[in-house]
Design a protein around this ligand. Structure first.
Ligand code: NDP
Length: 419
């Protein structure tokens, strides 16, 4: 019996909320709070009479710590699920600390305004020191470790699929399949087709920032950075078929490199079709991916925000997306002195997701892991004071929950490796 405050009511949050409502014995009360309360009200109405979970809604601007504190003090939740945007991670963590509540999110902190001089100075130093130039990194949230430890609270970071389940797969491989892991390749394949020439599967701003950035991977104790989309491989994915995939920087590489220090190389690949890449390059070339405001007709406009307003809402792609996703990790390493390789992954069908929760598989594969992570925290299976990423917890009950609630894992010994 727990009270949970969910902040955000977009594509991912809607799935997480619907899944929480399937587990009313744990999620007995939910407050859905977001910037636009009408979206929360619409979802609450859609769930009326279909769940034993008691649902209330609220309006909150989560960029404002005091507003979040007031909301928490009013609702008194056991856990805050931050499923808004990465921009709100730190304000919501601050509010959780002020009120003595556990915290979780699905993506690590990045600032909305990358031109902010104070942030920029720290960022530029980090680029030099660490050797990768993504706008997001864990340092901001890891800086809260001591505060959460002292407060006896848990903060669970990045509990979607990737980051999230991919790290649970790493912890599982380390626990059950290997004595030492030498390489990890995380493969994220979306074989779905929504019929639009160009649309993003989750928040366009966050998504386009991520994929237009330089790629990087971890090798022999340091980052190797490469121009965006400059490493391409082809892979034959189970249930999907042959796809081109490209090496990207991805946040879980950073925590995995720390938490499984023996690993010599960690890479992340994501599949993209040619149409997506051509559109993205063109938008980038004309400046539409820029986060720096420009003056237009006497008004300041942020190009990427304007683009977001033009693109289809990811939450609306559900009914028209067909095909499957396949996301997982391939490992090489040693067990009992012998070389071995192992692949653990999930296959998810866009239309099956839509039938169950009225959403496409990208939101589903993020929302279900978020719900399962909340379940681990609320049932005491993952509670320890501090700030943690998923691979730092016991993967077994989490994988059991994912199996049960819609994202069962599949395994292959001796898979085809990525060169
Ligand atoms: P959406 O843009 O669909 O939804 C974001 C929600 O947050 C909206 O309801 C929005 O409100 C709300 N919001 C934005 N700013 C604020 C604010 N200041 N205060 C309160 N609410 C706010 O995003 P997604 O659902 O696609 O993504 C949600 C999160 O999931 C993101 O952090 C994303 O990076 C992450 N993600 C993680 C993945 C993983 O595998 N780990 C994969 C995919 C996404 P409004 O309606 O007013 O705009």
């Amino acid at each position: 019996m727990s009270k949970v405050l969910v902040i955000g009511c977009g594509g991912v949050a809607a799935v997480a909320i619907r899944k929480c409502c399937q587990v009313s014995e744990v999620f007995s009360e939910l407050c859905i709070a977001s910037r636009t309360q009408s979206k929360c009200d619409t979802l609450a109405r859609a769930l009326e009479g279909k769940t034993a979970t008691k649902i209330t809604t609220a309006r909150v601007d989560a960029d404002n710590v005091q507003e979040v504190i007031d909301l928490i003090n009013n609702f008194k939740p056991d856990l805050v699920m931050n499923i808004a945007l990465p921009y709100q991670d730190l304000t919501i963590m601050d509010a959780c600390l002020a009120c003595g509540v556990n915290y979780m999110d699905t993506a690590n902190y990045e600032p909305e305004d990358t031109d902010d001089p104070e942030w920029r100075a720290i960022y530029e130093k980090r680029c030099k020191d660490a050797g990768f130039s993504a706008y997001f990194d864990y340092s901001w949230q890891w800086a809260y470790r001591e505060k959460f430890e002292k407060a006896g609270l848990t903060a669970l970071l990045g509990c979607g699929f990737d980051p999230g389940v991919t790290q649970a797969y790493c912890a599982y491989a380390k626990k059950h399949e290997f004595d030492t892991i030498e390489t990890i390749d995380i493969l994220d394949c979306n074989g779905g087709d929504h019929g639009y020439p160009f649309a993003t599967n989750f928040n366009p701003e966050v998504n386009l920032r991520e994929v237009s950035a330089p790629g990087s991977y971890w090798e022999n104790g340091h980052w190797v950075e490469i121009p965006a989309m400059s490493i391409k491989r082809e892979y034959n994915f189970d249930c999907v078929g042959n796809k081109d995939m490209y090496l990207l920087h991805h946040e879980e590489i950073e925590s995995l490199a720390q938490n499984i220090p023996e690993v010599k190389r960690i890479r992340f690949f994501m599949t993209f079709g040619q149409s997506y890449l051509t559109h993205m390059k063109c938008l980038e070339n004309v400046g539409m991916l820029s986060t720096t405001p420009i003056q237009f007709d006497g008004q300041a406009i942020v190009p990427i925000k304007f683009l977001k307003a033009l693109l289809p809402d990811p939450a609306s792609l559900g009914p028209r997306t067909h095909g499957k996703t396949n996301i997982g990790c391939i490992f090489t390493g040693k067990k009992d002195g012998k070389d071995k390789s192992y692949y653990i992954y999930n296959v998810c069908d866009h239309q099956e997701c839509y039938r169950e929760v009225e959403s496409q598989a990208i939101s589903y594969t993020t929302g279900v892991p978020a719900m399962c992570g909340a379940l681990m925290l609320l049932t005491g299976q993952w509670s320890k004071p501090g700030v943690y990423t998923v691979e730092e917890f016991n993967p077994d009950p989490y994988l059991d929950a994912l199996d049960k609630y819609g994202l069962p894992h599949r395994e292959k010994q001796n898979p085809v490796l990525v060169d």
